[in-house]
Design a protein around this ligand. Structure first.
Ligand code: SF4
Length: 897
């Protein structure tokens, strides 16, 4: 299926971003791009897409793509190579390392961005033929604590419900989840339930997020104290006689111990209030709503998982559902929202170091079964190293050869700078990637293998509700890129495993994966898609989204587990887990008095290698920022929109200051997306400690002890250009993709002379120059115009000159610069009717903050719906609706002086 689809024929595929797993219709334009819309027939989204999904068509360009194999030569230079040469080098390198140092000296680091078929082959090679389980994934950073909690409670990594439960719930509790930004289409579905059946929403989060803005009850819990709140809930449910003893006695064990522990952790309402920082009234209200509402879904995400006690937190939540029998029934259950598009597929194939394959584990019977199925030559016998441990082993020199596929650990792992340094120590460092540059590639990769990207590859992904969907190719594979499964199979064959890796298509691999799931299963394992093990190529191509298990071809889809017990533990009973008393790892101190919380923003994905290519997504929040509570801002002498350095024991990074009432006092929040590839001084991963959960190995990315200080710069400005450009190394800068070129916002201490020379260096011959130069005021503005088009512009000032950024960036895509536009470069003021709409709020229609405020102030606008009618904002994906509501509140609330 690598042929380009005929023009105007839509291909049904799946969004490559979050775990909602929305169906997408991609209509190729014949020029390498495609029109994107939501698939109305996909049961995850019924045609809706969020801002990221809607902008997928803007991310298909080849400018940043790795298109040919590249190998580092003996002088250390990266040189283009043939596939044969590159693959031989990879295979021989791994073989030599294994011969000399043993199988545990090699490792694979995979990604929730890979398709299930890619994951399956990599997992099989490492665990069945290399003989090590050192194969882990960036999903470790995302939802490993949920996996561990499921396995402890249910005996298997089973998500017990489906998205339909959000339609049928009367209460949705979101814990540690900014679903409005991170799972936007599912969040809109929750909001529809509210409109249709009055479903109430409780949000539990240390930070007042866009999701919290929509809550009926928002509990601004102290970081890491979720276990206390849910232990208190379990005790309250017991005290108020709301337990389902019939379910507890028929289907569970360990209840008494769990309740006793809950009472120890949360001995009284006062104690819960003290530990969680919540008011007694709010706690009682939450407990009462939960107690009196039968149909409750408690959904949790990174705020629960990314914690040194994430597994206990998830189990404390699950305990409350088990104790009330609210599991596996319509509108009820604990629900882990996965972050990545195929984190679930990775879990299904066993692509985590502590899983084996197909929901089987490192126990003798499973090792023997999988070994026989694979006809494995060297089965791994024990668990491998989880992500953080894996990179620590590289740091110590114990792992000597590493293959990173489709992820960017030098930016995303805790202690990212130390990870980048560790990578340079490897004897063999292989990277399979879509992009030619990211922080990991820059950390001394020896061999770069060009992988096919979204839109070019075929396979399957599984979303948060266990629904397997096809990703289908709709573009030709560019250059010499290949699907990941093919690259891994080619290496495996060169390592001598010809027979076991002789796949000719993704469908081949899927059939084997399905067959393994059913192999000697007899309903003893939850993951079973045996009905698909003989699927032919045509049926695989046409496969409709299917929720597992699917044992038999014609069986009714089983969307829920455990209504009548049937857990995957040895005795078939669920296990209540008695959690430990929660305590954040790493103390705050005089030097590091604050806690750092990290997370996602609405319009970017991971380290921005794809979403960063979209001009419209770049306009919402174009720069890395740190959210600070007003009290902390005063304490640390920080000013809104000025700069600050955040520092931990592991590193430092520069951010714009954003003073926000919703930010908890004593905590800072920074988004994870920026890296050293698109900024000069900001890589949030540098700051994060490597403390991990003892069961899941997931790092605590939400509570590193840090400090913050104001950073003064002498000059500020921006550059926009129609061609790529570099910036002085001494400056702070952030790159932003623009329509018609790219831009950078910067600040620094260089004098105007440096910038004049910089502008001159960037001038194309025969361009017209418009220039304003005021040495005394420290202001320099210049525009280069070729014919009627702006090709380059630089604004530098001693005060912020960003007020014109939004006006100037829009000129880059215009065919013609008008006289009034020219005046802007001279006056520096946007007083000539130029469309300065302000920072973009609605990415779908490019509606800016100024335009929205103006509509509210001057056009008698009182509701989000009225804003939609006037400006279209919020009428497509709806991701910006919470922000629109907040702007309405801000404008309409009388200011106190
Ligand atoms: Fe993609 Fe948005 Fe759907 Fe997530 S919610 S799968 S990012 S379209």
């Amino acid at each position: 299926m690598n042929m380009q689809a005929p023009l105007q024929v839509s291909v049904r595929t799946t969004c490559p971003y979050c775990g909602v797993g929305c169906g997408v219709l991609a209509r190729p334009d014949g020029l390498g791009g495609a029109e994107i819309s939501g698939d109305p027939d996909h049961p995850a989204n019924f045609g809706k897409l969020c801002s990221k999904g809607s902008a997928l068509g803007e991310t298909l360009g080849l400018a940043t793509r790795l298109l040919h194999p590249i190998v580092r030569d003996t002088e250390g230079k990266l040189q283009r190579a043939s596939w044969d040469a590159a693959l031989d080098k990879v295979a021989n390198g791994f073989k030599a390392t294994i011969e000399q140092h043993g199988p545990d000296a090699v490792a694979f680091y995979l990604s929730g961005q890979l398709l299930t078929e890619d994951y399956y082959v990599a997992n099989k090679l490492m665990k069945g033929f290399i003989g090590s389980a050192n194969v882990d994934t960036n999903s470790r950073l995302c939802m490993a604590s949920s996996v561990a909690a499921h396995r402890r409670a249910f005996g298997a990594d089973t998500v017990p419900g489906s998205y339909e439960d959000f339609d049928e719930a009367d209460l949705i509790v979101l814990v540690g989840s900014n679903a409005a930004w991170c799972h936007p289409v599912l969040f809109r579905r929750m909001m529809e339930s509210r409109s249709k059946r009055g479903t109430r929403l409780v949000v539990i989060d240390p930070r007042r997020t866009a999701t919290a803005e929509e809550a009926d009850l928002f509990l601004a819990i102290a970081p890491g104290m979720d276990t206390v709140l849910f232990s208190g809930l379990l005790a309250d449910l017991a005290d108020c006689h709301t337990l389902d003893f019939a379910y507890i006695s028929a289907h569970t064990e360990g209840f008494e111990q769990a309740l006793a522990r809950a009472r120890q952790i949360a001995p009284s309402l006062e104690s819960v209030a003290l530990q969680t920082g919540l008011s007694r009234k709010d706690i009682l209200t939450f407990y009462e709503i939960f107690r009196t509402t039968k149909r409750v879904v408690t959904a949790f995400s990174q705020g629960v998982n990314q914690s040194a006690q994430g597994t206990d937190k998830a189990n404390a939540i699950i305990n409350c559902h088990l104790a009330t029998g609210r599991i596996g029934r319509a509108g009820m259950g604990p629900f882990s929202l996965t972050g990545q598009p195929n984190a679930m597929g990775g879990r299904e194939v066993g692509g985590l170091a502590n899983q084996l394959a197909a929901h089987m584990n490192f126990v003798p019977a499973d090792i023997d079964r999988v070994g026989r199925f694979w006809n494995a030559s060297a089965m791994a016998k024990r668990e491998g190293l989880k992500a953080v441990q894996m990179f620590e082993a590289i740091e110590r020199g114990e792992i000597k050869a590493l293959w990173v596929m489709a992820t960017n650990p030098a930016a995303s792992l805790p202690r990212a700078a130390a990870v980048a340094d560790a990578l340079r120590k490897l004897d063999l460092f292989v990277v399979s990637e879509n992009v030619i540059a990211n922080d990991t590639v820059a950390s001394g990769a020896h061999i770069l293998l060009p992988a096919a990207a979204w839109g070019e590859k075929d396979g399957t992904v599984t979303n948060s509700e266990r629904r397997i969907s096809r990703q289908r190719a709709f573009l030709s594979v560019p250059g010499e890129a290949k699907p990941d499964w093919k690259i891994v199979s080619d290496v495996a064959r060169r390592m001598g495993f010809e027979q076991a890796f002789s796949y000719s298509s993704a469908a081949d691999i899927f059939r084997e994966h399905a067959a393994l799931s059913a192999f000697e299963n007899e309903e003893t394992r939850d993951f079973d898609i045996g009905a698909l093990k003989k699927i032919d190529d045509e049926a695989y191509d046409a496969l409709e989204p299917v929720i597992w298990p699917r044992r038999l071809k014609d069986e009714q889809p089983k969307t829920r587990f455990f209504e009548n017990g049937g857990y995957y533990t040895a005795n078939g009973r669920a296990k209540f887990v008695a959690p430990e008393t929660p305590k954040l790892q790493g103390e705050t101190s005089e030097e590091f008095p604050l806690r750092l919380n990290t997370g996602r923003i609405r319009d970017q994905w991971h380290t921005m290698t794809r979403t960063g290519l979209s001009p419209r997504l770049g306009q919402h929040l174009p720069e890395p920022f740190v959210e600070v509570n007003p009290g902390d801002a005063r304490r640390f002498s920080l000013t809104d929109y000025a700069f600050a350095r955040v520092r931990s024991a592991h590193g430092a990074a520069i951010f714009r200051v954003k003073i926000d009432e919703g930010q908890r006092a004593g905590s800072l929040f920074v988004p994870i997306h920026w890296s050293r590839t698109n900024t000069s001084m900001t890589r949030p991963g540098d700051l994060v400690a490597a403390a991990t959960d003892p069961f899941s190995g997931q790092p605590e990315a939400k509570a590193t002890a840090v400090t913050i200080e104001a950073v003064g710069f002498a000059s500020f400005g921006f550059v926009i250009a129609c061609k790529p450009f570099s910036l002085p190394e001494s400056s702070y800068w952030t790159r932003v993709t623009l329509e018609g070129g790219e831009g950078a916002l910067f600040a620094g201490n260089d004098g105007l002379a440096v910038w004049r020379e910089y502008a001159a260096r960037n001038r194309e011959p025969s361009t017209e120059i418009i220039e304003y130069d005021d040495e005394k005021r420290g202001v320099y503005r210049v525009a280069h115009i070729a014919g009627t088009r702006l090709t380059f512009s630089l604004f530098v000032g001693s005060a912020e000159s960003h007020m014109t950024w939004d006006a100037v960036r829009q000129m880059l895509s215009r065919q013609r610069i008008e006289t009034k536009d020219r005046k802007l470069f001279l006056s520096g003021k946007n007083a000539n009717g130029l469309p300065d709409t302000g920072p973009v709020v609605c990415a779908c229609f490019g509606v800016g903050l100024h335009a929205i405020r103006d509509a509210i102030e001057t056009k008698n606008t009182h509701t989000v719906e009225q804003i939609g009618v006037l400006l279209r904002a919020g009428t497509n994906c709806g991701s910006c609706k919470p922000e629109l509501k907040r702007i309405l509140q801000d404008v309409r609330t009388p200011q106190t002086v």
